[in-house]
Design a protein around this ligand. Structure first.
Ligand code: F6P
Length: 530
């Protein structure tokens, strides 16, 4: 197939999937009854990650058509293009090389790749040196005291990944250093955080790929003012209380951060893929550089698996194809991620940016409007909490919402009794969603239709390595879907218009004059009531 003219809807696999979707499908329980090996056939391991995808609306025929769709799409060449550093982010003419952040020298196939890995290693060495110094109490504030509190100021990819990792891996966290994350421009957040802290022992990590982001720069200004007021520093950003994490060292220097306190990363690291770079400084401070490296190693294990395994035994490809089956053929609009682990509380928010900023697109790589669905709405929260909130809709609502259940089989922070109950609940929910239950006579409200699909993803423990593999798994799932949908998963033009209009609205003397009548009226209402 000529991939320049590629559209997924023009493939023979797509037509077969359409046919299969319109025919009456067997229920998941029928599929299990017909194949005693189903649980085994439809499960796969990568390292310490185990995925059971047998509880899906997936017959053997549909599975073979989905595999054919992957084969008939440019997935393979696109994957090669990404890993080899071609500018697959076409609207910004940029390579997409977050996987190079976790590569090892032996992975390089060309001199250019060897050089790139060496550049990454030297940037990570700076992360090691800074985090070691902070963790060991040798990084001193302006009055000679060791650091006890680190505030990461950043938003989107400069916040969500580090925040997720620090929470997920708190078992490994430094006992005497507290991490704080400030992202929202809502001043109440930073002002209440600063109130609790001692400026003498506080370090601000200013995390911004571009060093131009409105929210981050305003929060930084407020932090600077706080240091000025409390410690009498004239330009706190030039003191040992600030480090800059950025791909734009020139902007960080112009801001006043000394060069040796700027930890750089390359332009080819997308914001939502940047936790593996110096943006992850707060992770390294929290868990130590050795564990940070274990996280990179887990991601690399997933990278190698993704690059080398054929479609039928490739975990990210399998998860991506299931999502496509639901989104494009079965009319599913949203997908839920439910970790049965409170420390993965932030995973759904993290995945919202990863998935929805990447694949919330309606233009093809050739610049044409699409006539099929792309990225679904992703949402979720932890179980068992979700069971007492929105699971009602999952069991008896009118919509089908495929679920990814995620858990660790062992948890050294918990105890056997709690963990048994936690995991028992997860297994019971997945089973109930699939099996359903007939209603007793005259009690339709007690009818559980069942046949609701889910994946169950287990890891042996929530270690840095398994955490790294888990995040990389979702990164690649997003990539596979973007490749099959023929979209650019690596730009985010959709967020620009709102930013521009906010600047216009906030510009002096604007009064919302150029805006629509509703916005003008709201602007006036706020002015009258503030
Ligand atoms: O507005 C979207 C976005 O560009 C994200 O993609 C990015 O992660 C975030 O803003 C923050 O950008 P920066 O790291 O440049 O401050």
């Amino acid at each position: 197939m000529n991939h320049n003219a590629y559209s997924p809807t023009a493939t023979s696999a797509w037509s077969k999937l359409e046919e299969a979707a319109s025919a009456e499908a067997p229920s998941i329980t029928d599929l299990f009854a017909a194949d005693p090996q189903r649980a085994k056939t439809y499960s796969i391991s990568v390292g310490e990650l185990f995925l059971d995808y047998s509880k899906n609306l997936l017959s053997n025929d549909v599975w073979s058509h989905l595999q054919a769709l992957a084969e008939q799409s440019p997935l393979q060449s696109h994957r090669k293009a990404m890993f080899s550093g071609q500018a697959i982010n076409t609207t910004e003419n940029r390579a997409v090389l977050h996987a190079a952040l976790r590569a090892e020298p032996q992975d390089a196939k060309t001199q250019q790749e060897t050089d790139r890995i060496a550049q990454v290693k030297s940037q990570l060495q700076a992360v090691k040196e800074a985090s070691d110094k902070i963790r060991s109490g040798q990084w001193l504030g302006s009055t000679g005291k060791a650091i006890t509190d680190v505030i990461n100021i950043g938003i989107g990819g400069s916040d969500l990944g580090p925040k997720l990792a620090c929470k997920a891996l708190e078992e490994y966290s430094h006992p005497d250093i507290n991490l704080h994350f400030i992202s929202n421009v809502d001043g109440a957040e930073i002002l209440t955080t600063l109130k609790k802290l001692n400026p003498e022992t506080t370090l601000v990590a200013l995390a911004s790929k571009t060093f131009t982001t409105q929210e981050t720069l305003l929060n930084a200004k407020t932090a600077i003012h706080w240091f000025q007021q409390t410690l009498g520093l004239e330009t706190p950003q030039s003191s040992s209380h600030f480090v800059g994490l950025t791909a734009n060292a020139a902007n960080a220097m112009a801001y006043g951060i000394p060069q040796n306190q700027i930890l750089e990363f390359a332009e080819w690291v997308g914001g939502r893929y940047s936790l593996w770079s110096s943006i992850g400084l707060s992770i390294a401070i929290s868990i130590g550089f050795e564990q940070f490296e274990a996280m990179l190693a887990g991601a690399r294990e997933m990278d190698l698996h993704f690059q080398n395994e054929p479609v039928h035994s490739n975990m990210p490809v399998i998860m991506a194809l299931l999502g496509i089956w639901y989104s494009n053929f079965l009319g599913v609009q949203s997908t839920a991620v439910i970790p049965y682990c409170e420390r993965l509380l932030l995973l759904p928010s993290y995945l919202q940016q990863l998935d929805m900023e990447s694949n919330g697109k309606s233009t093809s790589l050739q610049g044409e409007a699409l006539d099929y669905n792309t990225g679904p709405i992703l949402w979720g929260q932890t179980g068992t909490n979700g069971q007492h909130a929105f699971f009602q809709l999952l069991h008896q609502g009118t919509r089908t919402v495929p679920v990814d259940f995620i858990a660790a089989t062992k948890d050294s922070l918990s105890n056997p009794e709690h963990h048994r109950v936690l995991l028992g609940n997860m297994l019971a929910q997945a089973s109930a969603l699939m099996a359903g239950q007939a209603a007793p006579d005259g009690q339709q409200h007690r009818f559980y239709p069942g046949n609701k699909p889910s994946n169950t993803l287990l890891m042996n423990e929530l270690s840095p390595k398994n955490f790294g593999a888990l995040v990389a798994l979702y990164e690649h799932r997003v990539f596979v879907q973007g490749s099959i949908w023929n979209i650019n998963s690596f730009d985010q033009w959709g967020v620009e218009l709102g930013k521009k209009m906010a600047n216009e609205l906030l510009s002096e003397n604007s009064h919302g004059a150029e805006f629509d009548p509703s916005t003008k009226a709201l602007f006036a209402h706020i002015a009258d009531n503030s």
